[in-house]
Design a protein around this ligand. Sequence first.
Ligand SMILES: Nc1ncnc2c1ncn2[C@@H]1O[C@H](COP(=O)(O)OP(=O)(O)OP(=O)(O)O)[C@@H](O)[C@H]1O
Length: 567
Amino acid sequence: MTSQRAYSALPDGAQDIGKMVSSASEKLGLGDNQFAAGGFQLALIGGILAGVRLLGSHALDYIKKRIVVTAEFDSRDESYSWILNWLSDHPYAKKATQFSVSTTIARGAQKINGEGGDGITATTYFLPAPGLHFFWYKNRLLWMYRERVRPSGSTVATSGGPAVENITISTLGRSRDLIQSLIMEAQSKFIDRDKARTVIFAADQYGNWRRTKSRPKRPLDTIVMDPKLKNYIVNDAKEFLASESWYAERGLPFRRGLLLYGSPGTGKTSFIHALAGELGLNIYVVNLSSKTITDDTLSELVSETPTRCLLLIEDVDAAFVQRESKDAAVGITFSGLLNSVDGVSAQEGRILCMTTNHLDRLDEALIRPGRVDVRARFGKATKSQAQELFTKFFPQPTVTTAAPLLDLKSPQSTEAESKKTLEKDKFVTNEETKPFLTEKCPPEVAGTIGGAPSGSRLTKEQTEVLAAKFAEAIPDQTYSIAQLQGFLMGYKKTPELAVQHVDEFVRRAGSADVSGTAKVDFIGDESSTSADADKENSTYWEGSEEQERERKEFRAEKERARRDSMT
Ligand SMILES: Nc1ncnc2c1ncn2[C@@H]1O[C@H](COP(=O)(O)OP(=O)(O)OP(=O)(O)O)[C@@H](O)[C@H]1O
Protein backbone atom coordinates (compact mmCIF):
# COMPACT_ATOMS: atom_id res chain seq x y z
CA MET A 1 0.00 0.00 0.00
CA THR A 2 2.83 2.31 0.92
CA SER A 3 4.35 1.91 -2.50
CA GLN A 4 0.98 2.46 -4.20
CA ARG A 5 0.77 5.78 -2.42
CA ALA A 6 4.23 6.71 -3.49
CA TYR A 7 3.25 6.39 -7.17
CA SER A 8 0.70 9.17 -6.80
CA ALA A 9 3.55 11.68 -7.23
CA LEU A 10 4.31 10.26 -10.70
CA PRO A 11 2.67 11.30 -13.99
CA ASP A 12 -0.47 9.41 -15.03
CA GLY A 13 1.18 6.83 -17.39
CA ALA A 14 3.98 6.06 -14.96
CA GLN A 15 1.46 5.82 -12.08
CA ASP A 16 -0.40 3.10 -13.99
CA ILE A 17 2.84 1.17 -14.60
CA GLY A 18 3.72 1.60 -10.92
CA LYS A 19 0.35 0.28 -9.81
CA MET A 20 0.61 -2.74 -12.10
CA VAL A 21 4.08 -3.52 -10.78
CA SER A 22 2.93 -3.17 -7.23
CA SER A 23 -0.01 -5.56 -7.66
CA ALA A 24 2.29 -8.02 -9.49
CA SER A 25 4.68 -8.06 -6.57
CA GLU A 26 1.80 -8.65 -4.18
CA LYS A 27 0.58 -11.56 -6.30
CA LEU A 28 4.05 -13.03 -6.10
CA GLY A 29 3.82 -12.82 -2.31
CA LEU A 30 6.57 -10.23 -2.00
CA GLY A 31 4.33 -7.62 -0.38
CA ASP A 32 5.45 -8.42 3.21
CA ASN A 33 9.12 -8.23 2.43
CA GLN A 34 9.71 -4.53 1.76
CA PHE A 35 13.25 -4.96 0.38
CA ALA A 36 12.39 -7.82 -1.99
CA ALA A 37 9.23 -6.08 -3.21
CA GLY A 38 11.09 -2.78 -3.73
CA GLY A 39 13.93 -4.45 -5.66
CA PHE A 40 11.53 -6.40 -7.83
CA GLN A 41 9.49 -3.31 -8.61
CA LEU A 42 12.53 -1.21 -9.47
CA ALA A 43 13.89 -3.93 -11.79
CA LEU A 44 10.53 -4.30 -13.50
CA ILE A 45 10.09 -0.54 -13.98
CA GLY A 46 13.65 -0.23 -15.34
CA GLY A 47 12.99 -3.05 -17.79
CA ILE A 48 9.72 -1.55 -18.99
CA LEU A 49 11.22 1.92 -19.44
CA ALA A 50 14.25 0.48 -21.34
CA GLY A 51 11.83 -1.40 -23.58
CA VAL A 52 9.86 1.76 -24.24
CA ARG A 53 13.08 3.65 -25.03
CA LEU A 54 14.28 0.91 -27.39
CA LEU A 55 10.95 0.87 -29.13
CA GLY A 56 11.14 4.65 -29.32
CA SER A 57 14.58 4.63 -30.95
CA HIS A 58 13.46 1.91 -33.38
CA ALA A 59 10.42 3.95 -34.22
CA LEU A 60 12.61 7.02 -34.69
CA ASP A 61 14.99 5.01 -36.85
CA TYR A 62 12.09 3.71 -38.87
CA ILE A 63 10.72 7.19 -39.45
CA LYS A 64 14.21 8.48 -40.31
CA LYS A 65 14.67 5.74 -42.90
CA ARG A 66 11.34 6.67 -44.49
CA ILE A 67 12.12 10.36 -44.87
CA VAL A 68 15.93 10.70 -44.94
CA VAL A 69 18.43 9.26 -47.42
CA THR A 70 21.97 8.80 -46.09
CA ALA A 71 25.21 7.65 -47.68
CA GLU A 72 28.17 6.72 -45.52
CA PHE A 73 31.84 6.92 -46.50
CA ASP A 74 34.62 5.23 -44.59
CA SER A 75 38.16 6.57 -44.79
CA ARG A 76 39.52 3.09 -45.45
CA ASP A 77 37.74 3.03 -48.75
CA GLU A 78 38.70 4.76 -51.99
CA SER A 79 35.28 6.45 -52.19
CA TYR A 80 36.24 8.56 -49.19
CA SER A 81 38.91 10.25 -51.31
CA TRP A 82 36.36 11.02 -54.01
CA ILE A 83 34.15 12.77 -51.48
CA LEU A 84 36.96 14.73 -49.84
CA ASN A 85 38.21 15.83 -53.24
CA TRP A 86 34.70 16.84 -54.24
CA LEU A 87 34.08 18.66 -50.96
CA SER A 88 37.37 20.55 -51.21
CA ASP A 89 36.08 22.03 -54.46
CA HIS A 90 32.54 22.76 -53.24
CA PRO A 91 31.77 26.44 -52.61
CA TYR A 92 30.71 25.54 -49.06
CA ALA A 93 34.21 24.28 -48.21
CA LYS A 94 35.61 27.58 -49.45
CA LYS A 95 33.51 29.66 -47.07
CA ALA A 96 32.91 27.28 -44.14
CA THR A 97 33.86 28.95 -40.87
CA GLN A 98 34.84 25.60 -39.31
CA PHE A 99 37.30 24.00 -41.67
CA SER A 100 40.38 21.85 -41.65
CA VAL A 101 43.44 22.60 -43.73
CA SER A 102 45.34 19.77 -45.29
CA THR A 103 48.09 19.27 -47.80
CA THR A 104 46.79 15.76 -48.35
CA ILE A 105 43.45 14.22 -48.96
CA ALA A 106 43.73 11.47 -46.40
CA ARG A 107 41.79 8.29 -46.35
CA GLY A 108 42.84 6.51 -43.18
CA ALA A 109 46.34 5.23 -43.68
CA GLN A 110 46.38 6.28 -47.31
CA LYS A 111 47.34 9.77 -48.15
CA ILE A 112 46.81 11.55 -51.36
CA ASN A 113 49.34 14.28 -51.55
CA GLY A 114 48.38 17.67 -52.71
CA GLU A 115 49.90 17.31 -56.12
CA GLY A 116 50.05 20.23 -58.42
CA GLY A 117 50.56 23.59 -56.80
CA ASP A 118 53.55 25.39 -58.15
CA GLY A 119 55.80 22.34 -57.92
CA ILE A 120 57.54 23.71 -54.84
CA THR A 121 54.78 24.07 -52.28
CA ALA A 122 52.11 21.41 -52.04
CA THR A 123 48.52 22.16 -52.96
CA THR A 124 46.41 23.04 -49.92
CA TYR A 125 42.96 21.57 -49.42
CA PHE A 126 40.29 23.34 -47.35
CA LEU A 127 37.82 20.84 -46.00
CA PRO A 128 34.81 21.12 -43.69
CA ALA A 129 36.04 20.35 -40.16
CA PRO A 130 34.72 17.33 -38.23
CA GLY A 131 31.12 17.99 -37.11
CA LEU A 132 27.81 18.84 -38.74
CA HIS A 133 27.61 20.95 -41.88
CA PHE A 134 24.73 22.00 -44.11
CA PHE A 135 25.21 22.80 -47.78
CA TRP A 136 23.29 23.04 -51.03
CA TYR A 137 23.62 20.70 -53.97
CA LYS A 138 21.42 21.00 -57.07
CA ASN A 139 19.08 23.32 -55.15
CA ARG A 140 18.52 20.78 -52.38
CA LEU A 141 19.68 21.03 -48.80
CA LEU A 142 22.12 18.34 -47.73
CA TRP A 143 23.83 17.82 -44.42
CA MET A 144 27.10 16.18 -43.77
CA TYR A 145 28.53 14.76 -40.59
CA ARG A 146 32.26 14.18 -40.43
CA GLU A 147 33.75 12.33 -37.48
CA ARG A 148 36.98 10.64 -36.41
CA VAL A 149 36.78 7.25 -34.72
CA ARG A 150 39.41 4.82 -33.46
CA PRO A 151 39.29 1.60 -35.42
CA SER A 152 37.84 -1.28 -33.43
CA GLY A 153 39.21 -4.82 -33.73
CA SER A 154 42.77 -5.46 -34.77
CA THR A 155 42.98 -6.70 -38.29
CA VAL A 156 46.29 -6.52 -40.12
CA ALA A 157 44.98 -3.53 -41.95
CA THR A 158 44.04 -1.42 -38.99
CA SER A 159 45.99 -2.50 -35.92
CA GLY A 160 47.83 0.41 -34.49
CA GLY A 161 46.85 2.46 -37.49
CA PRO A 162 45.68 6.01 -37.48
CA ALA A 163 42.12 7.00 -36.59
CA VAL A 164 39.48 6.15 -39.13
CA GLU A 165 37.18 8.87 -40.41
CA ASN A 166 33.56 8.66 -41.37
CA ILE A 167 31.48 10.98 -43.44
CA THR A 168 27.73 10.69 -43.79
CA ILE A 169 25.82 12.79 -46.29
CA SER A 170 22.05 12.98 -45.93
CA THR A 171 19.06 14.70 -47.45
CA LEU A 172 15.30 14.68 -46.95
CA GLY A 173 13.30 12.42 -49.23
CA ARG A 174 13.05 8.77 -50.21
CA SER A 175 14.97 8.75 -53.49
CA ARG A 176 18.70 8.00 -53.61
CA ASP A 177 19.11 9.72 -56.97
CA LEU A 178 20.46 13.01 -55.65
CA ILE A 179 23.12 11.49 -53.44
CA GLN A 180 23.98 8.91 -56.09
CA SER A 181 24.56 11.63 -58.65
CA LEU A 182 26.76 13.46 -56.14
CA ILE A 183 28.82 10.29 -55.69
CA MET A 184 29.16 9.72 -59.44
CA GLU A 185 30.20 13.34 -59.92
CA ALA A 186 32.78 13.04 -57.15
CA GLN A 187 34.12 9.82 -58.64
CA SER A 188 34.52 11.16 -62.16
CA LYS A 189 36.08 14.38 -60.86
CA PHE A 190 38.59 12.29 -58.97
CA ILE A 191 39.34 10.07 -61.97
CA ASP A 192 39.72 13.11 -64.26
CA ARG A 193 42.30 14.50 -61.91
CA ASP A 194 44.50 11.50 -62.65
CA LYS A 195 43.73 11.01 -66.32
CA ALA A 196 46.97 12.47 -67.59
CA ARG A 197 48.99 11.02 -64.76
CA THR A 198 50.29 7.70 -63.56
CA VAL A 199 49.47 7.19 -59.91
CA ILE A 200 51.94 5.24 -57.82
CA PHE A 201 50.86 3.32 -54.76
CA ALA A 202 53.18 1.70 -52.25
CA ALA A 203 52.56 -0.51 -49.25
CA ASP A 204 52.65 1.28 -45.90
CA GLN A 205 53.68 -0.22 -42.58
CA TYR A 206 50.11 -1.27 -41.80
CA GLY A 207 49.83 -3.40 -44.91
CA ASN A 208 47.62 -0.93 -46.79
CA TRP A 209 48.19 0.50 -50.20
CA ARG A 210 49.14 4.09 -49.84
CA ARG A 211 49.07 6.50 -52.71
CA THR A 212 52.54 7.98 -52.72
CA LYS A 213 52.59 10.23 -55.75
CA SER A 214 51.34 10.75 -59.24
CA ARG A 215 53.42 11.73 -62.19
CA PRO A 216 52.61 12.99 -65.63
CA LYS A 217 52.45 9.97 -67.92
CA ARG A 218 55.87 9.27 -69.36
CA PRO A 219 55.67 9.04 -73.15
CA LEU A 220 56.96 5.75 -74.51
CA ASP A 221 59.15 7.52 -77.01
CA THR A 222 61.28 8.95 -74.22
CA ILE A 223 62.54 5.43 -73.62
CA VAL A 224 65.58 4.56 -75.66
CA MET A 225 65.50 0.86 -76.39
CA ASP A 226 65.18 -1.67 -79.16
CA PRO A 227 61.97 -0.57 -80.92
CA LYS A 228 61.05 -4.19 -81.70
CA LEU A 229 61.26 -5.12 -78.04
CA LYS A 230 59.33 -2.01 -77.02
CA ASN A 231 56.53 -2.69 -79.48
CA TYR A 232 56.43 -6.33 -78.58
CA ILE A 233 55.89 -5.70 -74.88
CA VAL A 234 53.40 -2.89 -75.41
CA ASN A 235 51.33 -4.88 -77.90
CA ASP A 236 51.49 -7.98 -75.76
CA ALA A 237 50.17 -6.04 -72.76
CA LYS A 238 47.42 -4.39 -74.80
CA GLU A 239 46.37 -7.70 -76.26
CA PHE A 240 46.32 -9.22 -72.80
CA LEU A 241 44.07 -6.50 -71.39
CA ALA A 242 41.65 -7.01 -74.25
CA SER A 243 41.45 -10.80 -73.85
CA GLU A 244 39.58 -11.32 -70.61
CA SER A 245 36.99 -13.59 -72.19
CA TRP A 246 39.67 -15.61 -74.00
CA TYR A 247 41.25 -16.42 -70.63
CA ALA A 248 37.87 -17.14 -69.06
CA GLU A 249 36.86 -19.57 -71.86
CA ARG A 250 40.03 -21.58 -71.28
CA GLY A 251 39.83 -21.43 -67.52
CA LEU A 252 43.16 -19.62 -67.33
CA PRO A 253 43.89 -17.07 -64.64
CA PHE A 254 43.64 -13.66 -66.25
CA ARG A 255 47.12 -12.45 -65.36
CA ARG A 256 50.32 -11.63 -67.16
CA GLY A 257 53.86 -11.65 -65.84
CA LEU A 258 56.73 -9.60 -67.17
CA LEU A 259 60.34 -9.83 -66.09
CA LEU A 260 62.75 -7.06 -67.04
CA TYR A 261 66.37 -7.78 -66.35
CA GLY A 262 69.67 -6.15 -67.06
CA SER A 263 72.32 -3.85 -65.66
CA PRO A 264 71.41 -0.91 -63.46
CA GLY A 265 70.36 2.24 -65.25
CA THR A 266 69.31 0.59 -68.48
CA GLY A 267 65.72 1.81 -68.25
CA LYS A 268 63.73 -1.04 -66.73
CA THR A 269 61.83 1.07 -64.22
CA SER A 270 61.46 3.95 -66.65
CA PHE A 271 59.99 1.63 -69.24
CA ILE A 272 57.46 0.25 -66.74
CA HIS A 273 56.32 3.79 -65.97
CA ALA A 274 55.96 4.55 -69.65
CA LEU A 275 54.13 1.26 -70.20
CA ALA A 276 51.70 2.04 -67.38
CA GLY A 277 51.06 5.45 -68.93
CA GLU A 278 50.44 3.93 -72.34
CA LEU A 279 48.00 1.37 -70.91
CA GLY A 280 46.33 3.88 -68.58
CA LEU A 281 47.13 1.78 -65.53
CA ASN A 282 48.32 2.78 -62.09
CA ILE A 283 51.40 1.24 -60.52
CA TYR A 284 51.37 -0.65 -57.23
CA VAL A 285 54.90 -1.05 -55.94
CA VAL A 286 55.96 -3.74 -53.49
CA ASN A 287 59.33 -3.56 -51.82
CA LEU A 288 60.17 -7.11 -50.77
CA SER A 289 63.14 -5.95 -48.72
CA SER A 290 60.89 -3.92 -46.44
CA LYS A 291 61.08 -5.22 -42.89
CA THR A 292 57.37 -4.74 -42.33
CA ILE A 293 56.28 -6.96 -45.17
CA THR A 294 55.35 -10.53 -44.32
CA ASP A 295 53.78 -13.35 -46.31
CA ASP A 296 50.38 -12.36 -44.93
CA THR A 297 50.67 -8.67 -45.70
CA LEU A 298 51.96 -9.41 -49.19
CA SER A 299 49.09 -11.75 -49.90
CA GLU A 300 46.62 -9.20 -48.54
CA LEU A 301 48.20 -6.42 -50.59
CA VAL A 302 48.16 -8.44 -53.80
CA SER A 303 44.53 -9.35 -53.29
CA GLU A 304 43.67 -5.71 -52.67
CA THR A 305 45.11 -4.39 -55.92
CA PRO A 306 42.43 -3.23 -58.32
CA THR A 307 41.44 -5.48 -61.20
CA ARG A 308 43.40 -3.52 -63.79
CA CYS A 309 46.78 -2.42 -62.60
CA LEU A 310 50.47 -2.90 -62.88
CA LEU A 311 51.99 -4.60 -59.85
CA LEU A 312 55.68 -3.81 -59.68
CA ILE A 313 58.21 -5.79 -57.67
CA GLU A 314 61.59 -4.16 -58.10
CA ASP A 315 64.87 -5.95 -57.51
CA VAL A 316 63.02 -9.17 -56.90
CA ASP A 317 66.26 -10.99 -56.13
CA ALA A 318 67.19 -8.62 -53.28
CA ALA A 319 64.89 -9.96 -50.58
CA PHE A 320 66.13 -13.49 -51.01
CA VAL A 321 69.79 -12.58 -51.08
CA GLN A 322 69.19 -10.98 -47.69
CA ARG A 323 67.25 -14.03 -46.61
CA GLU A 324 70.18 -16.26 -47.48
CA SER A 325 72.45 -13.96 -45.50
CA LYS A 326 70.25 -14.83 -42.48
CA ASP A 327 68.76 -11.38 -42.08
CA ALA A 328 65.99 -12.46 -39.78
CA ALA A 329 64.26 -9.10 -40.03
CA VAL A 330 63.10 -9.79 -43.57
CA GLY A 331 59.63 -11.18 -43.16
CA ILE A 332 58.86 -12.61 -46.57
CA THR A 333 59.53 -16.20 -47.58
CA PHE A 334 60.03 -17.46 -51.07
CA SER A 335 56.94 -19.67 -50.95
CA GLY A 336 55.00 -16.71 -49.54
CA LEU A 337 55.96 -14.71 -52.61
CA LEU A 338 54.93 -17.52 -54.97
CA ASN A 339 51.61 -17.96 -53.19
CA SER A 340 50.92 -14.27 -53.34
CA VAL A 341 51.63 -13.79 -57.00
CA ASP A 342 49.57 -16.70 -58.19
CA GLY A 343 47.39 -17.68 -55.23
CA VAL A 344 43.63 -17.74 -55.53
CA SER A 345 43.33 -14.33 -53.97
CA ALA A 346 45.66 -12.74 -56.53
CA GLN A 347 43.77 -10.18 -58.55
CA GLU A 348 42.64 -10.88 -62.08
CA GLY A 349 43.58 -8.53 -64.90
CA ARG A 350 46.81 -7.41 -63.36
CA ILE A 351 50.19 -7.27 -64.99
CA LEU A 352 52.95 -8.33 -62.67
CA CYS A 353 56.25 -6.62 -63.53
CA MET A 354 59.40 -7.76 -61.83
CA THR A 355 62.82 -6.26 -62.32
CA THR A 356 66.22 -7.58 -61.45
CA ASN A 357 69.85 -6.83 -62.14
CA HIS A 358 70.68 -10.51 -61.61
CA LEU A 359 68.61 -12.94 -63.60
CA ASP A 360 70.98 -15.71 -62.53
CA ARG A 361 70.01 -15.27 -58.89
CA LEU A 362 66.34 -15.91 -59.47
CA ASP A 363 64.84 -19.24 -58.60
CA GLU A 364 63.55 -21.08 -61.63
CA ALA A 365 60.17 -21.50 -59.91
CA LEU A 366 59.62 -17.75 -59.78
CA ILE A 367 60.19 -17.15 -63.45
CA ARG A 368 58.55 -20.23 -64.89
CA PRO A 369 55.98 -19.68 -67.67
CA GLY A 370 52.65 -18.82 -66.13
CA ARG A 371 54.30 -16.61 -63.59
CA VAL A 372 56.55 -14.83 -66.06
CA ASP A 373 55.22 -14.82 -69.60
CA VAL A 374 57.62 -12.34 -71.14
CA ARG A 375 61.25 -11.82 -70.24
CA ALA A 376 62.97 -8.77 -71.58
CA ARG A 377 66.63 -8.00 -71.39
CA PHE A 378 67.71 -4.39 -71.07
CA GLY A 379 71.25 -3.89 -72.25
CA LYS A 380 73.83 -1.13 -72.31
CA ALA A 381 73.47 1.55 -74.95
CA THR A 382 74.40 0.68 -78.50
CA LYS A 383 75.94 3.41 -80.62
CA SER A 384 72.65 4.08 -82.32
CA GLN A 385 70.92 4.30 -78.94
CA ALA A 386 73.55 6.78 -77.76
CA GLN A 387 72.77 8.83 -80.86
CA GLU A 388 69.02 8.59 -80.23
CA LEU A 389 69.53 9.60 -76.62
CA PHE A 390 71.48 12.66 -77.70
CA THR A 391 68.79 13.86 -80.13
CA LYS A 392 66.07 13.24 -77.55
CA PHE A 393 68.04 14.94 -74.83
CA PHE A 394 68.47 18.05 -76.95
CA PRO A 395 64.94 18.27 -78.34
CA GLN A 396 64.30 19.31 -81.89
CA PRO A 397 64.14 23.06 -82.11
CA THR A 398 61.35 25.31 -83.17
CA VAL A 399 63.88 27.62 -84.87
CA THR A 400 64.42 27.22 -88.59
CA THR A 401 67.53 29.33 -89.06
CA ALA A 402 70.82 27.82 -88.10
CA ALA A 403 72.61 29.35 -85.13
CA PRO A 404 76.40 29.36 -85.19
CA LEU A 405 77.73 26.28 -83.48
CA LEU A 406 79.99 26.96 -80.53
CA ASP A 407 83.60 26.69 -81.64
CA LEU A 408 84.61 23.22 -80.53
CA LYS A 409 88.24 23.92 -81.35
CA SER A 410 88.51 26.79 -78.91
CA PRO A 411 88.00 25.43 -75.40
CA GLN A 412 88.37 28.83 -73.76
CA SER A 413 85.58 30.44 -75.72
CA THR A 414 83.23 27.49 -75.30
CA GLU A 415 83.84 27.18 -71.56
CA ALA A 416 83.24 30.91 -71.14
CA GLU A 417 80.13 30.80 -73.26
CA SER A 418 78.74 27.78 -71.48
CA LYS A 419 79.39 29.38 -68.09
CA LYS A 420 77.25 32.30 -69.20
CA THR A 421 74.43 29.93 -70.15
CA LEU A 422 74.83 27.97 -66.98
CA GLU A 423 74.45 30.94 -64.75
CA LYS A 424 70.81 30.93 -65.58
CA ASP A 425 70.55 27.17 -65.48
CA LYS A 426 72.10 25.46 -62.48
CA PHE A 427 72.42 21.69 -62.45
CA VAL A 428 73.87 18.67 -60.70
CA THR A 429 76.55 16.58 -62.26
CA ASN A 430 77.41 12.97 -61.73
CA GLU A 431 80.85 11.53 -61.30
CA GLU A 432 81.65 11.79 -64.99
CA THR A 433 80.80 15.46 -65.29
CA LYS A 434 82.32 16.61 -62.00
CA PRO A 435 85.61 17.82 -63.43
CA PHE A 436 83.78 20.20 -65.72
CA LEU A 437 80.75 21.38 -63.80
CA THR A 438 79.70 21.44 -60.18
CA GLU A 439 76.35 23.19 -60.03
CA LYS A 440 72.92 22.11 -58.84
CA CYS A 441 70.23 20.46 -60.95
CA PRO A 442 66.55 21.39 -61.31
CA PRO A 443 63.96 18.62 -61.11
CA GLU A 444 63.49 16.42 -64.14
CA VAL A 445 61.25 17.93 -66.79
CA ALA A 446 58.57 15.39 -67.70
CA GLY A 447 58.42 14.36 -71.29
CA THR A 448 62.05 14.93 -72.12
CA ILE A 449 64.93 12.68 -71.33
CA GLY A 450 66.90 14.06 -68.47
CA GLY A 451 65.30 17.45 -68.56
CA ALA A 452 67.02 19.35 -71.36
CA PRO A 453 64.95 22.45 -71.98
CA SER A 454 62.96 22.50 -75.16
CA GLY A 455 63.55 25.05 -77.87
CA SER A 456 67.22 24.43 -78.59
CA ARG A 457 69.01 27.13 -80.51
CA LEU A 458 70.34 24.53 -83.00
CA THR A 459 68.57 23.22 -86.05
CA LYS A 460 67.58 19.62 -86.45
CA GLU A 461 70.47 19.01 -88.83
CA GLN A 462 73.00 20.59 -86.49
CA THR A 463 71.76 18.47 -83.60
CA GLU A 464 71.97 15.36 -85.76
CA VAL A 465 75.55 16.08 -86.74
CA LEU A 466 76.48 16.49 -83.09
CA ALA A 467 74.54 13.34 -82.16
CA ALA A 468 76.49 11.34 -84.73
CA LYS A 469 79.78 12.68 -83.35
CA PHE A 470 78.68 11.83 -79.83
CA ALA A 471 77.73 8.27 -80.81
CA GLU A 472 81.01 7.82 -82.63
CA ALA A 473 82.92 8.51 -79.43
CA ILE A 474 80.80 6.21 -77.25
CA PRO A 475 81.94 2.57 -77.29
CA ASP A 476 79.18 0.18 -78.24
CA GLN A 477 77.22 -1.46 -75.41
CA THR A 478 79.51 -0.27 -72.67
CA TYR A 479 77.57 2.39 -70.78
CA SER A 480 74.03 2.38 -69.51
CA ILE A 481 71.65 5.04 -70.76
CA ALA A 482 71.60 6.41 -67.20
CA GLN A 483 75.38 6.92 -67.34
CA LEU A 484 75.18 8.69 -70.68
CA GLN A 485 72.24 10.74 -69.52
CA GLY A 486 74.15 11.70 -66.38
CA PHE A 487 76.99 12.94 -68.56
CA LEU A 488 74.65 14.92 -70.83
CA MET A 489 73.00 16.51 -67.81
CA GLY A 490 76.18 18.49 -67.43
CA TYR A 491 75.56 20.15 -70.80
CA LYS A 492 71.86 20.83 -70.82
CA LYS A 493 72.13 23.88 -73.02
CA THR A 494 75.45 23.27 -74.68
CA PRO A 495 75.38 20.12 -76.80
CA GLU A 496 78.58 21.24 -78.50
CA LEU A 497 80.39 21.09 -75.18
CA ALA A 498 79.01 17.63 -74.53
CA VAL A 499 80.57 16.47 -77.78
CA GLN A 500 83.80 18.23 -76.96
CA HIS A 501 84.08 16.48 -73.59
CA VAL A 502 82.75 13.07 -74.50
CA ASP A 503 86.21 11.59 -75.14
CA GLU A 504 87.27 12.71 -71.71
CA PHE A 505 84.16 11.10 -70.22
CA VAL A 506 85.00 7.81 -71.94
CA ARG A 507 88.63 8.00 -70.78
CA ARG A 508 87.60 8.69 -67.19
CA ALA A 509 84.90 6.06 -67.13
CA GLY A 510 87.37 3.59 -68.68
CA SER A 511 89.98 4.22 -66.01
CA ALA A 512 87.43 4.09 -63.17
CA ASP A 513 86.33 0.79 -61.76
CA VAL A 514 83.60 -0.11 -64.15
CA SER A 515 83.93 -3.87 -63.77
CA GLY A 516 80.55 -5.33 -64.48
CA THR A 517 79.46 -2.35 -66.51
CA ALA A 518 81.95 -2.89 -69.28
CA LYS A 519 80.58 -6.35 -69.90
CA VAL A 520 78.69 -6.38 -73.15
CA ASP A 521 74.97 -6.97 -72.95
CA PHE A 522 72.63 -7.17 -75.84
CA ILE A 523 68.95 -6.94 -76.43
CA GLY A 524 67.88 -10.08 -78.23
CA ASP A 525 65.85 -9.85 -81.40
CA GLU A 526 62.65 -11.68 -82.06
CA SER A 527 64.22 -14.33 -84.29
CA SER A 528 66.65 -15.45 -81.63
CA THR A 529 63.87 -16.16 -79.18
CA SER A 530 61.43 -18.31 -81.04
CA ALA A 531 63.09 -21.61 -80.10
CA ASP A 532 62.95 -20.85 -76.41
CA ALA A 533 59.46 -19.54 -76.75
CA ASP A 534 58.30 -22.81 -78.29
CA LYS A 535 60.20 -24.86 -75.79
CA GLU A 536 58.82 -23.19 -72.69
CA ASN A 537 55.51 -21.97 -74.01
CA SER A 538 56.48 -18.47 -73.09
CA THR A 539 58.07 -15.57 -74.89
CA TYR A 540 61.65 -14.91 -73.98
CA TRP A 541 64.05 -12.25 -75.03
CA GLU A 542 67.19 -14.10 -74.14
CA GLY A 543 70.53 -12.78 -73.03
CA SER A 544 74.00 -13.64 -74.25
CA GLU A 545 75.25 -17.22 -74.25
CA GLU A 546 77.70 -16.27 -71.57
CA GLN A 547 74.91 -15.07 -69.31
CA GLU A 548 72.94 -18.20 -70.01
CA ARG A 549 75.95 -20.37 -69.11
CA GLU A 550 76.41 -18.42 -65.86
CA ARG A 551 72.82 -19.06 -65.02
CA LYS A 552 73.08 -22.79 -65.65
CA GLU A 553 76.23 -23.03 -63.53
CA PHE A 554 74.55 -21.10 -60.75
CA ARG A 555 71.54 -23.41 -60.83
CA ALA A 556 73.73 -26.51 -60.89
CA GLU A 557 75.67 -25.20 -57.92
CA LYS A 558 72.47 -24.51 -56.01
CA GLU A 559 71.18 -27.97 -56.80
CA ARG A 560 74.47 -29.52 -55.55
CA ALA A 561 74.22 -27.49 -52.32
CA ARG A 562 70.62 -28.63 -51.85
CA ARG A 563 71.56 -32.28 -52.34
CA ASP A 564 74.55 -31.92 -49.99
CA SER A 565 72.33 -30.49 -47.30
CA MET A 566 69.94 -33.44 -47.61
CA THR A 567 72.59 -36.10 -47.23
N1 LIG B 1 66.55 3.17 -71.91
C1 LIG B 1 66.36 4.35 -71.33
N2 LIG B 1 65.64 5.31 -71.93
C2 LIG B 1 65.45 6.50 -71.35
N3 LIG B 1 65.94 6.84 -70.16
C3 LIG B 1 66.66 5.93 -69.49
C4 LIG B 1 66.90 4.64 -70.04
N4 LIG B 1 67.66 3.95 -69.20
C5 LIG B 1 67.87 4.74 -68.14
N5 LIG B 1 67.27 5.92 -68.32
C6 LIG B 1 67.29 7.05 -67.38
O1 LIG B 1 68.22 6.71 -66.35
C7 LIG B 1 67.64 6.84 -65.05
C8 LIG B 1 67.59 5.49 -64.35
O2 LIG B 1 66.81 4.61 -65.13
P1 LIG B 1 65.96 3.41 -64.53
O3 LIG B 1 65.73 3.62 -63.07
O4 LIG B 1 64.78 3.22 -65.38
O5 LIG B 1 66.95 2.22 -64.72
P2 LIG B 1 66.81 0.73 -64.17
O6 LIG B 1 67.23 -0.17 -65.26
O7 LIG B 1 65.46 0.51 -63.61
O8 LIG B 1 67.89 0.75 -63.02
P3 LIG B 1 67.97 -0.20 -61.73
O9 LIG B 1 68.17 -1.59 -62.19
O10 LIG B 1 69.14 0.33 -60.99
O11 LIG B 1 66.68 -0.02 -60.99
C9 LIG B 1 66.28 7.47 -65.27
O12 LIG B 1 66.42 8.85 -65.07
C10 LIG B 1 65.94 7.22 -66.72
O13 LIG B 1 65.23 8.29 -67.25
